[in-house]
Design a binder for this molecule. Structure first.
Ligand code: AMP
Ligand code: GLY
Length: 436
């Protein structure tokens, strides 16, 4: 099987690496890829968000499957273009990708499917925003309605800051979703869907804020680990029963079946499990941790999803070890990141047993690998437990030399110390209808 992977980041590097380990995959190509991906497969300098260009490339390569990684190409209709050309594609149509591209749409679907989520209101003016903020009270949660690379959400106890974020979104021509604050630990669960059937991957946890102790602004994600030893035993079954299957059913009933990964971002709150958000794609950097453990060949699995045949899949197989991924980011990320600096120590990091490095924002400049984005790399390690996996991942990070770079030092730390508190009754309980 020949597979084309669309996208430029760490998630795509993880997908390409997993595909190369699949005995049924004969050829992997990437577009546009990055410097790390280019070291292992041919890359093609195509605009990932141009449906015609991606379709033409897939046709010329004779691709049997195209995997679309990031949200922007999905929202631009890249999957639709491929489907029209009869090329199997893993990744939802433009309409189905609205589950991620519009937070207001996602809320409508969740209400229709009775999926537990935060109470929320859409606001289009400062008056509406102020009213919604006062209804829900502090801490305030204000979300840009559109795609914002994980950076459109402000969670703050400062009412003025919350209002200012809403006004900035209005000034940019958008609307906001304002919602109740959800307490409790967060979980990312990737659920594969073929439009009707769903198959969950292993749960992961992501670290959204830029600084240790979850301080500073939100980012695309600074690290991840999987599996979650502390998660309730029925969590995955509960998410399938109350979140993923009802959502997939609702999308199918509307004539816009969802084919791809339904990324369920969840909070295990004291009032029950709640969906924080849906994404229509694999998460980054959770994918780097989750795929490090997946033993079932990835190409066959995603092809089954693309062809509507997930019900025929056998139970997934997983490495018993634990994976930790630590992101190395550029100076000044998530603001305007500094780029163009040489990256040293890649070979040394990968020489550590159990460690591999996945590139995100990198490119080749004069035969040298240099930084080219906010999140530059993820150092991924497999260990017998979280303590060992963390030690190995941070030993890898210590080998990386990048001027001005930043990374969190506490990825998976609380979990490794058994310090994550799951509120009693957070899974498998209520499902009160509470959308206003
Ligand atoms: P989102 O883009 O919706 O995933 O939001 C990014 C991050 O903001 C989430 O991972 C949470 O850490 C935080 N967040 C979003 N919504 C809420 C909420 N209702 N309550 C508490 N934190 C939230
Ligand atoms: N890591 C969060 C995301 O991919 O949206």
């Amino acid at each position: 099987m020949k597979v084309l992977v669309v996208g430029p980041g760490g998630r795509e590097h993880a997908i390409v690496r997993a595909l190369l380990a699949d005995p049924y995959v004969s050829e992997v190509h990437a577009a546009p890829g990055n410097a790390g991906i280019a070291q292992i497969v041919p890359v093609h300098p195509v605009n990932a968000s141009d449906p015609a260009a991606v379709t033409e490339l897939a046709r010329s390569l004779g691709s049997d499957l195209v995997i679309v990684g990031p949200e922007a190409p999905l929202a631009a209709g890249v999957s639709d273009g491929l489907a029209e050309a009869g090329i199997p594609v893993f990744g939802p149509s433009r309409e189905a990708a609205q589950l991620e591209a519009s937070k207001a749409f996602a809320k409508q679907i969740m209400a229709a499917a009775n999926v537990p989520t935060a109470m929320a209101r859409v606001a289009a003016t400062a008056e509406e925003a102020a009213d919604a903020l006062d209804t829900f009270g502090a801490p305030y949660v204000v979300k840009d309605d559109g795609l914002a690379a994980g950076k459109g959400v402000v969670v703050t106890s400062d009412r003025d800051e919350a209002l200012a974020h809403a006004e900035a979104c209005f000034d940019a021509g958008g609307t906001v979703v304002i919602e109740e604050y959800l307490d409790g630990p967060e979980v990312s669960l990737f659920v594969l869907s073929d439009g009707r059937h769903v198959v969950p991957l292993a749960p992961a946890q992501d670290f959204k804020r830029i600084f240790d102790n979850d301080e500073g602004p939100n980012t695309g994600g600074m690290g991840a680990y999987s599996p979650l030893e502390w998660a309730p035993a029925n969590l995955v079954d509960d998410v399938i029963a109350r979140v993923a299957q009802p959502t997939v059913d609702e999308m199918a009933a509307r004539g816009t079946p969802f084919v791809g990964v339904l990324y369920c971002g969840l909070a295990l709150t004291s009032r029950g499990m709640r969906v924080i958000e849906f994404n229509a794609r694999f998460g980054d950097p959770e994918t780097q941790a989750v795929l490090a453990r997946l033993k079932t060949p990835l190409g066959g699995l995603l092809l089954a999803a693309a062809k509507g045949e997930l019900d025929a899949m056998e139970q997934l197989k997983w490495d018993a070890r634990t994976a930790v991924a630590v992101v190395v980011a550029s100076e000044n990320y998530p603001d305007t990141p500094r780029t163009g600096d040489p990256i040293l120590g890649l070979v040394e990091a990968e020489a550590i047993e159990g460690v591999h490095v996945l590139h995100a924002g990198t490119r080749i400049d004069d035969a040298e690998i240099v930084s080219a984005g906010g999140r530059v790399l993820a150092v991924v390690a497999l260990g017998q437990d979280l303590v060992q996996a963390r030690d190995l991942a941070y030993a890898g990070v210590a080998e990386i030399g990048l001027e001005g770079s930043q990374h969190r030092t506490d990825i998976a730390l609380k979990a490794s110390r058994g310090e994550i508190v799951v509120p009693a009754g957070s899974a498998g309980v209520d499902n009160e209808k509470e959308l206003s």
